[in-house]
Design a protein around this ligand. Sequence first.
Ligand code: UT7
Length: 318
Amino acid sequence: MYSRIIGTGSYLPAKLLTNRDLESVVDTTDEWIYSRSGIRERHIAADDENASDLAVAAARKAMQAADVGPEDIGLIVVATTTPDMIFPSTACLVQHKLGIKNCPAFDMQAVCSGFVYALATADKFLRSGACRHALVIGAEIYSRILDWKDRSTCVLFGDGAGAVVLGLSDTPGVLSTHLHADGSYHEVLSVPGCVSRGEIKGHPFVVMEGSAVFKFAVKVLEEVALEALAANGLSPREVDWLIPHQANIRIIQATAKKLGLGMDKVVATVERHANTSAASIPLALDEAVRDGRIRPGNLVLLEGVGGGFTWGAALLRW
Ligand code: UT7
């Protein structure tokens, strides 16, 4: 048995924050942000919205598209770095809000690779016979872990959620998944803070060595794409759609170029969403499914890289 994505959904908070708006927040310009990252605007969650609310809105659309109800869901995995609270997990809160009873639910913490990690995990649950349908969600509110005085990070991220329903199938949808991590890079991209004895210990905002992350991302996004294709006896030429993590259009362009893919084969949403971490891949996937770019039979390659470092890919036959 195999697993296959049978429905997608996404949600973006209503509030838009443009590069021009940011010019009055930090010493930056629309020109700098757009030329260095390809970002023009991002969505920002309302004060009363939490990651579970974004996740639920995306999940409802994915469940509707898959034509499944709460009683059908046998597993919930939420990829997030910005959970509602320390515990319970955001996945348990999502389960409750969706009226889903008695299925395993847990969060996946792999930062911007979180959705690929979550999809790989759910795929293994389904293929082992543990359940028939899984909800796999990426949901993030990065606006709450950004230092809005640090221009080198606060202009790069946004909030949002994307979700898929994975169902059992007798033909392969998820062809293979490939996950990696190297914790020796933990200081290059992190939020090095925590709550301890009632106080915030350390620095509770994103810190990043931008150019080191950039170089590492381009290297491993090429490597893991080739690894996924080789595992299935396929070549980059056969990819119909590449959906990479959306952090920087220059990383996306460099990856596509190394793989010999034109940008007409790449789904890019970073201009309008910025970097939504674990939500970026399912947000882009949902957009390309709903606007008809992704069609039955297409070969779709999802790949992410993020703090840890973590990185991974999932190759899908749509
Ligand atoms: O999800 C995975 C996590 N993140 C990423 O994948 C991000 C990876 N890295 C990047 O996307 C890029 O490295 C950045 C967009 C972060 C930066 O682009 P860059 O071309 O590597 O620029 P840089 O770091 O070399 O910065 C150049 C200059 C610096 O000034 P000096 O020292 O050259 O005078 C910065 O102070 O740009 C300055 N700068 C800014 N200027 C205006 C940094 N942030 C800003 C800003 N506005 N917002």
